[in-house]
Design a protein around this ligand. Structure first.
Ligand code: ME8
Length: 489
């Protein structure tokens, strides 16, 4: 199959310490939207998400719950699946790192690194942050605490196998140089390049004290470091080296949070180079939802539960808000008041109002919807598609909204409600086509809303190639309002 026709997107796999929260909902919704967008383009899409189930942090959470780790991870992993169902996540595969196929792939992958002479035995001595499952040197610590999350670190001294990351410095720099998009978005590029230029240390890839892990092939005293295990999910999920791996690898984009960018932009490509496997095309590191300036997280207790949020607001409104409130890549503060403002302003007053007004007039009009495409000049499908190529959801929504607002303005400027005969036919033709095209463009962001628009217009849901003005062939029948106004403070 032509590489152009396939699209493979992944989310991070989430630690199963507790139920999902708005932080890990964010990359999952983003991946869902881009997967749906590529399906609209007519591409063959594989969208992978899942759970990261080994390591010290998960082991501790299971101990605290007084449960066997496997019983515990089965339960929490299920909560992720349930949450993603509620939020309309259309993944093709949900991988769990406790899946037997994954365990087998990890052992095979590591054996390749060993065969290629990139693994040696030594001793690790340094600091470890359990919540982040990350090693740090003395120099990296900030005031004696984890430089990423600010929490306590512990001293670790144990025998370990190391991966020769240092060997890949030049090849990594060459990769970044030749592939502009590999480190995305642009604002993240230089920080990675500078750090790699500053020199790479070999990384510890096994632990002897953490046994809730994949056994290290060839040495029964060692267990694979959870991050090495986790990264391999992106190929084990495809059945590497056979099966769907042959169709979908390399990944078109790994969506990750900025705090785990290093693992994906540096360690993962070096591991793949060592194993002789093609590299992903893009690592996109998004920003954080904060609350009063602090990263929202389970352990800080300032998170929002997406499932209970969806019992208060529609799933589509939440999905829209997550992508509209800040550009993907930057940080932003999460508040229910901002969510309400977006619902009342953009979803009710702009989109909902447009569809309602157009359908009301169209239902009453007795005649054909026919005319010239006056509104098409406000539609920039190519620009929207280009934004989506860069995972610029924010930019794409701005352009879609410019079109929605132009359509509402057209109603007001032309006093469409007072038109008759051919003038009314022309105006309604334009507005119905505008609504139809919006239903397609909005489908990846708000699937239920988009389907409701298409249904009210009496048309089939189209694909991206239908996003141009043509003949309107639907039979409009107004349905229920797309969004309800919500009370604000
Ligand atoms: O890191 N704002 O799992 P994890 C935005 N298992 N995104 C957030 C967020 C916030 N406040 N909090 C979390 C792991 N995220 C590893 C990944 S991948 C091979 C292994 C998102 O459960 C963000 O995308 O801690 C981050 O990368 C991910 O959740 C981390 O989830």
């Amino acid at each position: 199959m032509d590489k152009q026709e396939k699209f493979y997107v992944t989310t991070p796999i989430y630690y199963v310490t507790d139920a999902p929260h708005i932080g890990n909902t964010y990359p999952t919704v983003a991946a869902d939207i881009i997967a749906r967008w590529h399906r609209l383009r007519g591409e063959k899409v594989f969208f992978l998400t899942g759970t990261d189930e080994h390591g010290e942090k998960v082991q501790k959470a299971a101990d605290a719950a007084k449960e066997e780790p496997k019983v515990f991870v089965d339960k929490i992993s299920l909560r992720y699946k349930e949450a993603w169902k509620t939020l309309g996540i259309s993944y093709d595969k949900f991988i769990r790192t406790t899946d037997p196929e994954h365990l087998d792939a990890v052992a095979r992958f590591i054996s390749k690194l060993v065969e290629n002479g990139d693994v040696y035995k030594g001793q690790y001595e340094g600091w470890y942050c359990v919540p982040d499952e990350s090693f740090f040197t003395e120099l990296q610590l900030k005031d004696g605490k984890c430089p990423d999350c600010g929490r306590e670190v512990k001293r670790v001294k144990e025998d370990s196998y190391f991966f020769k990351l240092s060997k890949y410095q030049d090849r990594l720099l060459e990769l970044y140089d030749k592939n502009e998009d590999f480190l995305s978005p642009k604002l993240r590029r230089q920080e990675v390049i500078n750090r790699v230029k500053g020199g790479l240390k070999d990384v510890s890839m096994t632990r002897t004290t953490v046994k809730w892990a994949v056994p290290f092939p060839g040495d029964k005293d060692h267990f694979v470091y959870v991050w090495v295990d986790a990264l391999i999910n992106y190929i084990s999920a495809l059945g590497w080296p056979d099966g769907t791996f042959k169709v979908f690898w390399p990944a078109d984009v790994h969506i990750v949070g900025k705090e785990i960018n290093w693992f994906h932009s540096v360690i993962w490509p070096a591991m793949l180079m060592s194993a002789g496997i093609e590299l992903p095309a893009m690592i996109f590191a998004h920003g954080w939802w904060t609350s009063e300036g602090k990263k929202m997280s389970k352990s800080l207790g300032n998170f929002v539960d997406p499932v209970s949020l969806s019992s208060k607001y529609s799933v589509d409104a939440i999905r829209y808000f997550l992508m509209r409130e800040m550009p993907f890549g930057e940080d932003g503060d999460f508040s229910e008041e901002s969510l309400k403002a977006r619902i009342n302003g953009e979803l009710v007053a702009d989109l909902g109002n447009l569809v309602y007004r157009v359908l009301t007039l169209a239902e009453k009009f007795d005649g054909k919807f026919d005319g010239s495409a006056d509104l098409e000049k406000h539609l920039d499908v190519v620009g929207i598609d280009e934004s989506m190529d860069r995972l610029d959801y924010y930019g794409a929504l701005e352009k879609i909204w410019a079109f929605i607002r132009s359509s509402n303005k057209y109603i007001n400027d032309n006093k469409v409600w007072s038109l008759k005969g051919a003038e009314m036919s022309n105006a309604l033709y334009n507005l119905l086509e505008a609504c139809r095209i919006c239903s397609i463009l909005l489908y990846p962001f708000m699937p239920d809303t988009a389907q409701s628009i298409a249904q009210q217009l009496g048309v089939e849901m189209g694909t991206l190639k239908d996003c141009k003005f043509g003949a309107f062939t639907g039979k409009p029948k107004r349905g229920k309002m797309l969004f309800e106004k919500v009370l604000t403070k």
